[in-house]
Design a protein around this ligand. Sequence first.
Ligand SMILES: NC(=O)c1ccc[n+]([C@@H]2O[C@H](COP(=O)([O-])OP(=O)(O)OC[C@H]3O[C@@H](n4cnc5c(N)ncnc54)[C@H](OP(=O)(O)O)[C@@H]3O)[C@@H](O)[C@H]2O)c1
Length: 350
Amino acid sequence: MATRVRAVMCSAVNDDIGSVRLSEVELDEPAAGEVQVRLKACAVNFPDLLMIQGKYQFKPPLPFAPGGEAAGDVVACGTGAERFKPGDRVIVSVRYGGFAEALNVPESAVRPLPGNMDYAAAASYQTAYLTAYVALYRRGSLQRGETLLVHGATGGVGMAAVDLGKWMGATVIATGGTDEKLTVVQSRGADHVINYTRADGSLGGFREQVKALTGGRGADVIYDPVGGDVFDESMRCVNWGGRILTIGFTSGRWPQAPVNLILIKQIAVIGVRAGEYGRRDPERGRENEDALFAMAAAGDINPYISHALPLEQAVEAMRLLEHRQVIGKAVITMNGYTPPAGSVDNKNNR
Ligand SMILES: NC(=O)c1ccc[n+]([C@@H]2O[C@H](COP(=O)([O-])OP(=O)(O)OC[C@H]3O[C@@H](n4cnc5c(N)ncnc54)[C@H](OP(=O)(O)O)[C@@H]3O)[C@@H](O)[C@H]2O)c1
């Protein structure tokens, strides 16, 4: 029997992310091969905002609820969906649909919740750590002892790269926009932090500091979710034979790579698309997810969550991300779930 659930719906693409509405929608019983998951938490990611604005490479059919990574409990299983049973605690990985009290997903999009992770952490780790893992391990071949420069290290995919970079034995230099946010990054193990905000608000000024910290050589691997001026300056502080990993363009500008510098320094500028990597190479994709799942189950992945807001405040949560007020991750919570004390920055756990 169909039920009614609340979901944050985008009915038309709009530059203003505040155009989405909390609505009641009909949810059918799970179809063959699907499970129905009653959600407890869903992470807020930059692509959620871009999808509402019609600026993401993948455009969901309208209307849709944003939200790609979530955690909750299985409540029903469709015919042939036999890997899970009602009551199982699970994580869900989809392209959209997670800003909702419940959703139906193919069984293949569901995994058991890793170890003793709470729902908020479980909802927060998948995209960020998969992106960092595919970038640093698969695409960047980061080696123990190398110097890794992580830009936007205060954000979701950036902080995951700091964590994994340290785990892989690199010396990590992390950049971010405010000293307050960088204090958190340093507390998570970054060896050096640099505030890349100039007095006029533009980003840059890290080049000389990176050179000074690396004996003049520059960073071996640069992980860049910011782009724009940050990418341009990175070209000037990358080591001979280094790799620049292009992750995203939160600065709002796609930079142009100067081919002369690529030649002169014999560097590689490498594109990273973590989700597409697994779609095009499902076997490797599963290996990536299994590796991260094992780390999460062992307690080696603990995403920093600065904000937890209820579903009704989904727009506010997205605005925090839009205005660079989130540190690490923000999550939306549903069905009365409150993350356990200590798992979210105390002042922001609503
Ligand atoms: N390639 C992939 O496979 C992949 C996968 C997931 C995400 N991404 C992309 O990676 C990027 C970061 O995602 P995320 O989830 O980490 O986002 P996030 O949590 O919002 O972090 C982005 C960071 O970028 C910095 N930033 C600098 N200029 C900014 C600006 N004008 N607006 C917003 N942030 C700015 C912010 O740090 P400061 O405020 O400290 O400067 C912020 O912490 C996005 O472009 C996303 O689409 C790519």
